[in-house]
Write a protein that binds this ligand. Structure first.
Ligand code: ZN
Length: 216
């Protein structure tokens, strides 16, 4: 999925308001943040494949370290555990670990059966929501709206920047999602990975949003 991972980051602020939005998004987006790095290192692979599913023109044929179920559990322990070592708060730890796990679950729903169970194990799963563009758009839009609504219910703007930073972020993601829906022209795997690295920018952006908002 795409904006649904962002939705999880925003929505889980309700469950653990003490955790910064940037940290929540780091957890929910983690698999997609490390995937382009692994592609550029030659550890994982993706290739253009128009028609792979109705929604995506890419074949994610080799990504066992970022997106297998086993390594996702490991990433969840790493991110949740790191937070616990720094903050010593169980609730935030669990919410962050679940945020990481949610990424695998949402990708499992949307991908065709290309989601690995573990590195080296030739078993792949996926429910294939991406085979239907209308269903993908409806589910992603609903989840995104729910995530933002929960965040709005949990926080309020401290100042003007609290509005501008949030709504520019939301607007950009809506724009990118519409672009994703309308455009199906793939680029080479390396170019895709370089583009994918720009996702890291949303993390400082999310910390910026949170700094200008307060929990209700
Ligand atoms: Zn993913």
């Amino acid at each position: 999925m795409f904006i649904s991972h962002v939705a999880v980051g925003f929505g889980t602020k309700k469950l653990a308001p003490e955790v910064k939005l940037g940290t929540l998004l780091l957890a929910s987006q983690w698999l997609d943040l490390i995937f382009p790095i692994f592609v550029l290192l030659g550890l994982e692979h993706v290739r253009p494949d128009p028609g792979n599913t109705a929604f995506t023109p890419y074949n994610f044929y080799d990504y066992p370290f970022s997106h297998s179920l086993l390594t996702t559990i490991g990433w969840a322990i790493l991110i949740g555990g790191s937070y616990f070592l720094i903050r010593r708060r169980w609730k935030g730890t669990l919410v962050l670990a679940c945020g990481v796990l949610s990424h695998w679950l949402l990708d499992f729903i949307s991908h065709r059966p290309d989601m690995p169970i573990a590195p080296g194990l030739q078993i792949y799963v996926g429910l294939g929501l991406w085979n239907s563009i209308p269903a993908t758009v409806i589910i992603e839009t609903c989840l995104f709206t729910l995530g933002i609504a929960l965040y709005l219910h949990t926080t309020s703007a401290r100042d003007r920047t609290g509005h501008i930073a949030l709504w520019s972020f939301v607007g950009l993601h809506v724009f990118l999602f519409i672009g994703n829906v309308l455009s199906r022209v793939p680029v080479e795997g390396t170019a895709m990975a370089i583009g994918g690295l720009t996702q890291w920018l949303i993390i400082p952006w999310a910390y910026w949003i949170d700094r200008h908002r307060q929990t209700q």
